[in-house]
Every structure is written in C-alpha cells, then in structure tokens.
Design a binder for this molecule. Structure first.
Ligand code: PGA
Length: 270
C-alpha cells in the first residue's frame, strides 16, 4: 500500500509573523489524523529554519520549493541540495510549472535538479502537467511522458524509486479551476502505466499526487480514486482551516487495514 501524502507549497508567501501563526493553527487541527497520512510544508528558502523549528518532532516534514542543478560554487542566488539537506528538508519540489514557464527551466534542467536531490538523500516531488492548449490538442499523456522520460533518461529508473510524482495540469494551478476526478484518474493511471512499463513494480509503488486548486470543499472528491495518493496544495495551504480540511479528507480515504502502509523505496529492475 502507498501511504497518502499532503504537501503544502507556500510559493512566495509568508512572513516570520504569519508563518508562526499558520503553523501553530495547522498543527492544532491535524492532530487527530497526522499519523494516518504523511504531511510536508514547503516554505520559501529564508523561512526553512523557522519552519523546521516550528514543526519540531510533530512528524510534519519540511520541504523546499526548488534546488540548484549545481553542487556548489559560483552560482549567485542559487541554493544547493546539500544546504537543503543540512536544513532538514525531506522533500524538494522539482519541475513545478511556475519554474518551467516563468523561469524557463527545461526538462533537462529538471532532470539535473532531480539528480542533486537524490544525491543528497532527499525525496524529489517531480511535477508534471500539460497546458490548456496541450490538453485541448489531446496531448496530455504525451507531455507528461516526455517530462518523466527526461528525468528517467538522465537519472535511470532506479533513481525514481521512492520519488513522488505530482500531476499538476498547468491550467488548474492557482486558477480555481480543478481537473475533474475523471481527468485526474485517467492521467494518474497513464503515468502509473508508463512507470510500470519502464520497470516492473514502479507504477504500483510510486506515489502520484494531484495538484491544482485543491481546497477543503473539493478534496474528498479528488482523493476518492485509488489512483490518487494525495495532494500538492498551493493557495489553500496558506489557510489553516483549508489545509487541515484537505488533510482530513485525505486521511478519510485510509481504511483501518491500510494504516500501517508505507511507500516502497525500491522495485525490481527490468
Ligand atoms: P494551487 O497551487 O493549489 O494554488 O492551485 C498548486 C501548486 O502550484 O502546487
């Protein structure tokens, strides 16, 4: 069984004062179910230290929103994977659509960043997803497979073991427009099949989460499919009631017999 995971992506939001208030409120609300699912929060870089201290030993993990493709040295403005690992990050987002579109990060850049994250023992959260135009052209599967393939070609299939794939249709991010449960289900199934074809067991063991305008009101419907292993949440992760409501909806999908489930860290190579 794959343990569901909820990841909050704060994007470029927050302040020392508001972060503290938000985390305190979130931690109070998630207590009943925080052991049932995995949870992580990805604040902007300057707040990693603060958020790490606030999360303490609650079991909610720390994540980062991006990482340099270089190891160290003359890269002004960049943050290395070693630094993120030292700060206690467990997860790192990579290939987010805002990075791809606003900062022109290519499939190859994404693959190089993925390599850095793995080399430092952290878990990449590889974001893939199509634009509205690509969906309308019927190219959704082709696009997400291209994005996955670039990472696999650069890092090998063994490196994908234990990573998380986030399916985030670009047209659903921050727009208030979510993909329908059928669209999510269909694309998650295609991603799983693609991974399974690359290495036996990879499709079944990889956690695939959905992102794009998830909120407390639509979470239960989006998470109902067994293909969906959780969510990557932007805007709603900045509101304690919304984020904890999404967490509760995700925890509700876990039955009693599932609660000892965990992600698999390796699978058989073909
Ligand atoms: P959103 O963002 O929930 O605000 O749509 C999701 C994301 O960018 O990961």
């Amino acid at each position: 069984m794959r343990k569901p995971i909820l990841i909050g992506n704060w994007k470029m939001n927050g302040s020392l004062h508001s972060n503290q208030a938000l985390i305190v409120r979130v931690l109070a609300r998630i207590r009943p179910f925080c052991k049932t699912i995995d949870m992580a929060i990805c604040p902007p870089f300057p707040y990693l230290f603060q958020v790490r201290d606030l999360l303490g030993y609650t079991g909610v993990a720390l994540g980062a929103q991006n990482v340099s493709c270089a190891t160290s040295g003359a890269h002004t403005g960049e943050v290395s994977a070693t630094m993120l690992a030292e700060m206690g990050c467990r997860y790192v987002l990579v290939g987010h659509s805002e990075r791809r579109s606003l900062y022109h990060e290519s499939d190859n850049d994404t693959a190089a960043r993925f390599r850095q994250i793995k080399a430092c023992g952290m878990v990449p959260v590889l974001c893939v997803g199509e634009t509205l135009k690509e969906r309308e052209q019927g190219r959704t599967e082709e696009v997400v497979e291209r994005q996955l393939r670039a990472v696999i070609d650069e890092n090998g299939m063994a490196a994908v073991a234990g990573c998380i794939v986030a399916y985030e249709p670009v047209w659903a991010i921050g727009t208030g427009r979510t993909a329908t449960p059928d669209q999510v289900n269909e694309t998650h199934r295609a991603i799983r099949q693609f991974l399974e074809n690359c290495a036996a067991g990879a499709g079944q063991s990889t956690r695939i989460v959905y992102g794009g305008s998830v909120n407390a009101a639509n979470a239960a419907e989006l998470f109902q499919s067994p293909e969906v292993d959780g969510g990557l949440v932007g805007g709603a992760s900045l509101k304690a009631d919304e984020f904890s409501g999404i967490g509760a909806a995700l925890a509700n999908t876990v039955t009693q017999t599932d609660s000892s489930c965990d992600a698999v860290d390796s699978f058989q190579m073909e």
